[in-house]
Design a protein around this ligand. Structure first.
Ligand SMILES: Nc1ncnc2c1ncn2[C@@H]1O[C@H](COP(=O)(O)OP(=O)(O)OP(=O)(O)O)[C@@H](O)[C@H]1O
Ligand SMILES: [Mg+2]
Length: 348
């Protein structure tokens, strides 16, 4: 079954073709970074407008890359939530129209569940870590809007075992980057600058260190960085002090994510750990996760970089599971964009 995935929950318009939930046939993404960069964050109204402009060309680019036409698509999966409502509506309305015209099934899926399932795609893009996981696994989704730990027992069967009380990890990266004069989105720029820095130069706080706590909190860390730069100033971007600042902030984020994730994996007795979402592209998080995984005798699975940040391949793959599981015709017109969408099989 060839599924067209559509993703438009935030600031990427994406389309992908995935066969039988696993094989990535084509993957196209139009990023809106140049539109939002000057504001230092996503402007929802501009995002919706850019999705309207990009959605048809992106789907066409995806079909061209695959050398296929619309008639070859068997079903459509679209992100129905969570996300910016105006952005989601562009994807869901487009998907409904296309499914209706082509008379093929349509399924709306959860974006975060898509991130969680991304390592199941057979796509050996650069820097994929450890192939496909097995259930049960512990999944850490770290992105622009989420820092969530899930105990995943099967497709659609997840228990939330930890989450952030305030900022998501990616949000903390982006806000700190803005504070110290780096471009948006800041995660990648902090990651790059940190490479030559000393992660122990400044001891930033690790929140909620109690052994039985699986919650995260990054707002105190953000304030500590702010206090540090208010007191000492922001060092020049090409200085060793700047690299140390970035590396020390990054270490505080990564330390907490890795410590809590692998401690919970041990507690639950799971053999597989999944790390996904935009922040899973981070080089230090990958390095530390690999080290801790090997010393704990568990395997860690992280998607290739292209499938860490927002993409439609993970949406098509997840949608296939629900379409293949319960073959039925979805009522294209009953699908809603939901900013607080629950995970799991579609209700209809
Ligand atoms: N190398 C990196 N290191 C750290 N953070 C990174 C890196 N690359 C990307 N990010 C961060 O990933 C985030 C974007 O991830 P993603 O696209 O999954 O988020 P989102 O879709 O906006 O949020 P959500 O998935 O929670 O709805 C940004 O905060 C960005 O700074
Ligand atoms: Mg995302």
């Amino acid at each position: 079954m060839l599924v067209l995935g559509i993703e438009s929950s935030c600031d990427e318009t994406a389309a992908a073709l995935v066969e039988d939930g696993r094989r990535l046939v084509a993957n196209a993404v139009a990023s809106q970074v140049p539109i939002h960069a000057r504001y230092g964050g996503v402007v929802p109204e501009l995002a919706s407008r850019a999705h309207i402009v990009d959605i048809v060309p992106v789907v066409q680019r995806c079909l061209d890359e695959a050398g296929l036409g619309l008639a070859e698509i068997d079903a459509i999966a679209v992100t129905a939530g969570p996300g910016l409502v105006g952005s989601l509506l562009v994807g869901t309305e487009f998907a409904k129209s296309l499914a209706s015209v082509l008379e093929i099934p349509l399924v709306g899926v959860n974006h975060i569940e898509g991130h969680l399932m991304a390592p199941f795609l057979d796509y050996d893009g650069p820097e994929r870590i450890s192939g496909t996981p097995d259930f049960p696994f512990l999944g850490l989704v770290v992105s622009g809007g989420h820092s969530h730990l899930f105990h995943a027992r099967g497709v659609g069967d997840y228990e939330l075992v930890g989450a952030t009380r305030d900022d998501a990890a990616g949000e903390a990266y982006d806000k700190v980057a803005k504070m110290i004069g780096l471009p948006y989105p800041g995660g990648l720029y902090i990651d790059r600058a940190a490479k030559s820095g000393n992660p122990t130069a400044i001891r930033f706080p690790r929140a909620l260190p109690q052994k039985d706590s699986y919650e995260f909190s990054f707002s105190g860390l953000k304030t500590s960085v702010l206090n540090h730069v208010r007191k000492n100033g922001t060092p020049p971007h090409d200085s060793a002090e700047f690299a140390d600042l970035c590396a020390s902030f990054q270490e505080a984020v990564v330390d907490v994510l890795v410590t809590k994730t692998f401690r919970k994996a041990r507690e639950l007795g799971v053999q597989h750990v999944v790390i996904s979402g935009g922040v899973s592209a981070n080089s230090r998080l990958r390095e530390r996760a690999l080290q801790v995984a090997s010393s704990n005798g568990v395997s860690v699975h992280i998607p290739p970089i292209a499938l860490c940040t927002d993409n439609a391949a993970m949406i098509a793959s997840l949608g296939w599971h629900y379409l293949a599981d319960k073959p039925r015709r979805f009522d294209a017109w009953a699908l809603n964009a939901r900013s607080s969408m629950k995970m799991g099989p579609p209700a209809s």
